[in-house]
Design a protein around this ligand. Structure first.
Ligand code: FSX
Ligand code: SF4
Ligand code: F3S
Length: 394
């Protein structure tokens, strides 16, 4: 058995090395990546340490660490087309406004953005030309990153973009069809976002549902840079997207916020913030009773935060609002109310007196899951269309 694993690993490494060599030969080196890291206060040693952490995050053995570093450098050469549809641009803003960027954020800022609706220098006709040229030159080779959902009612006329005022639907179809990989980022592109919440007058849908494709999704409002970079690096290393569940990469969305929460000991001990600014808030107690949806939400914000991992909702003292879950605007509302009041009646008094540890986390987990599944189909006003494809898999 051990021999078999060794053989498979050897063959995987061989394929991976061949792919890296091929990509390095195909795309010319862009000078300045290491200089840019260093300018941002990240040493060569820090970069290698980050590569080791990323390898572990992607569940790759240590032998991949150097290869991840190589892939990170290649990421700055691969052509990327970054499209915006219906959304608040908060995802791009969260990246650009990072005042203490980590390696993942720097890589995204340094990507070869051949076309980016928000930050590119050209506009109007010349922007259209950049797009057409990139699509023609790198047909079948560019990565298409989509931000925002697509209004579909009235043939998509609620969203018109570019100098020719094509609909978002037309533009998305045209650009995604020749991409080597499509990655949908943010809640809007992944599940529809706020504009797809009830009553969804524009018929907004996720990229996958609007186009009938199966792109990997990196949900969150906004998404997490580390999850996007991990997905891109995996694609560079292996030529395919990482293992997903419900469309989300497992390496980033395999655990609940509740399972990795720095406040978890307080939950287990029954120590809660009961109103904003109270003694419990000052002591960093659990935010469950002020609406934290961490027990229902899969994401890695507690492990890989924003601004070089110094910030995340729970670290900042606000509960998780479930922003990486399908249709969270409809399902998790009211955001300031604890979930058990609606989902697990009767549990609150138990939590008050003994903490959930004593009643058994697994039993609670099963209860939450059972009710959540039931709740998925029952809640009135919930826009089923926006996430139907992904939920089928789950
Ligand atoms: Fe949506 Fe993102 Fe929330 Fe905003 O791309 S995920 S509304 S942060 O900008 O689209
Ligand atoms: Fe953390 Fe929220 Fe779970 Fe409390 S309920 S432990 S704040 S994730
Ligand atoms: Fe969103 Fe919850 Fe993380 S609100 S950013 S999934 S902690």
């Amino acid at each position: 058995m051990e021999e078999k694993i060794k053989k498979e690993l050897k063959s995987l490494l061989k394929k991976c090395d061949a792919r890296l060599e091929e990509l390095e030969a195909e795309y010319p080196e862009r000078k300045g990546f290491m200089e840019w890291l260093s300018f941002s206060g990240i040493s060569r040693r820090g970069f290698l340490k980050w590569s080791a952490i990323m390898s572990a995050t992607m569940m790759l053995p240590p032998v991949f660490e150097q290869r991840v570093a190589r892939a990170a450098e290649i990421a700055s050469r691969i052509p990327v087309i970054w499209l915006h549809f219906a959304e608040c641009t908060g995802c791009t803003e969260s990246l650009l406004r990072s005042n203490n960027p980590g390696v993942a954020e720097i890589i995204l800022q340094y990507l070869s953005l051949d076309y980016h609706d928000t930050v590119m220098a050209p506009s109007g006709e010349s922007a259209e030309k950049s797009l057409k040229d990139t699509m023609a030159k790198y047909k079948g080779k560019y990565i298409c990153i989509c931000e925002g959902s697509i209004p579909t009612k009235m043939d998509g006329k609620f969203l018109r973009v570019g100098s020719k005022a094509v609909t978002g639907l037309e533009k998305a179809k045209e650009v995604t069809k020749d991409a080597a990989a499509v990655i949908s980022i943010g809640h809007c592109a992944s599940y529809g976002g706020p504009q797809a919440s009830y009553p969804n007058p524009t018929g907004s849908k996720s990229i996958n549902d609007a186009l009938g494709i199966n792109s990997v999704i990196i949900p969150g409002c906004p998404y997490n840079s580390a999850s996007l970079v991990g997905t891109i690096l995996y694609f560079i290393l292996f030529g395919k997207i990482p293992t997903t569940k419900g469309g989300r990469p497992l390496f980033a969305y395999g655990k609940r916020i509740h399972d990795t929460c720095p406040r978890r000991a307080h939950f287990d001990a029954g120590e809660f913030v009961r109103e904003w600014g109270d003694e419990g808030a000052k002591k960093g107690f659990c935010l469950y009773k002020v609406g934290c949806k961490g027990p229902l939400t899969y994401n890695n914000c507690n492990i890989q935060g924003w601004n070089d991992d110094i910030a995340s909702p729970i670290k900042a003292g606000h509960g998780c609002i479930g922003c990486s879950e399908p249709a969270f605007w409809d399902r998790m509302a009211p955001l300031e109310k604890p979930i058990e009041a609606r989902i697990l009646p009767g549990v609150e008094s138990t939590a008050d007196h003994v903490g959930w540890t004593l009643i058994g986390i697994s039993a609670v987990g099963m209860g939450v899951h059972a009710f959540y599944s039931y709740f998925k189909g029952k809640k009135k006003g919930y826009n089923k269309e926006c996430c139907s494809e992904h939920e089928k898999e789950e």
